[in-house]
Design a protein around this ligand. Sequence first.
Ligand code: OOB
Length: 552
Amino acid sequence: MRSPLAAVPTWPEEARARYRSLGYWTEETFADFVTERTTRYAERLAVVGEDAHGEQARWTYADLADRAERAAGRLCAVGVAPGDRVVVALPNIVEFVAVVLGAFRMGALPVFALATHREAELGQFCAVSDAAALVGCSGEVDLQDLHTRVADVLAPYGVRPPALIDVASWDEAATADTAIPAVPPAPLGAEDVAFLQLSGGTSGTAKLIPRTAADYLYSVRASADICEVDASTVMLVVLPVSHNFPMSSPGILSVLDRGGRIVLAREASPRTAFALIAAEQVTTVALVPPLAQAWISSARRRRPDLTSLRSVQVGGARLNDVTAQEVRPVLGARLQQVFGMAEGLVSYTRAEDPDDLVHTTQGSPISPDDELRIVDADDEPVAEGEEGSLLTRGPYTIRGYYGPAAISSINATAFTEDGFYRTGDLVRRLPSGHLQVTGRDKDQINRAGEKIATDEIEGHLLTHPDLLDAVAVGLPDPFLGEQVCVVLRTEPGRPAPTDLADHLRSAGLATYKIPDRFVFLDEFPRTHVGKNSRRELRALLATHLHTHPPTT
Ligand code: OOB
């Protein structure tokens, strides 16, 4: 048994009572959800995809219940107790669904990491959550070695390493499963924290997002209604399934809620995806803008059979209007724009919205009780229709991050005193109520929908002996949306970009955070208080890159 979950800032009782009385929040827990849906839809096909051994699996809801029960048993077998945290770092394989539902079934709290995370990230998540287990899949990664590295990251903090679970070592055919202990009933209530999501880009202190069954399942049910998810839905998942978008917006949980089918793809290339769409008669898929662009250009050339596809959701980063207009003519499916965040708020364009709004806006929020404030630098509301920073609170938006004591100072700036979350997004609201995301005022890079905290890259770079200063900025990129660019001031005898990339890799940073571009400058522009000015750096880079082609 690990330490109990620390207290988290939460909704005041008045708000809770209101969300309950409006029917948003119910008594249903995730354990109830797993049992009820897998029983209700028992005979239907639930999950299709590769397993840890690369074999094709096709599980009914009854199979899924069975797999989840076994996964829960396996968690218990390595000492995970109800209430403990379990870091899940799996690719899009069927075991992901089994492990997550298994954790829910026994009341363990999944921490949704990515299969691409390495010891720098996983070590942080384990430390912050005091994780009892780390679940991965050996194959592309040497899991034992990764586990040792995670333990090394944890040692200086005095945190016990998590037990390692390698789903590739599970032998489901073996009858030796009698060794799997019986699973106790989950002790969690609907308003207890049920899992921890990652915030977009973790900084020096990992910010974990505490979500409850009450708030999350409300967003799942409402998303299923808005996105017309039903028993006929066949959802292809090409984005990393642990992200909030493919998980709940409407995501795999909406599909399980309604008795539809999930098709997991291990990679997102048009070739693989188009074949799966035709073979499995896929009706819907969620994409980030770069993938939407890649699918569109590939579909133009290949003319794949996409007749089953009814809707394509695009979100995670701003979609340009041109690509938006191409979705229906080229992919033959309705576009739905999704603007959301793992902290809560999700906004969708609706089926009944006119085309021009679907093409040019990021829709409107899920709930009539999502409260939005669009403010200037002094937190004063901007005039209607003007651009401002988006603040939000509501029935499924958290009131604070989970983390060690240091998190309270982060919470003090990330949330207003009256509980609004500062999204860091610049938006404008049209008279129709639709939101347009116009920019960002947070130190984050959005690379193809993956969020990267600039200070995380900078911190790791500055451990290199030859670097005097490092600033990471997102540079516009026609395909990725933004690329990761680092601007460096060095000792004479400048390190080569490849050495710096190796330095970051050996620090245990996920590959998607390795800079796309390294730029060396003798002087950095400063703000009037003497800090590095990212704004001026960006402007300088625009000219610099014009005259100096990229070095990598
Ligand atoms: C989704 O969640 P996160 O937590 O990875 O990232 C949230 C941030 C937002 O604050 C915003 O900066 C950006 O991602 N974002 C968009 C966007 N959707 C997300 N920026 C512009 N246009 C969009 N459509 O990315 C996420 C969570 C649930 C559903 C969809 C996306």
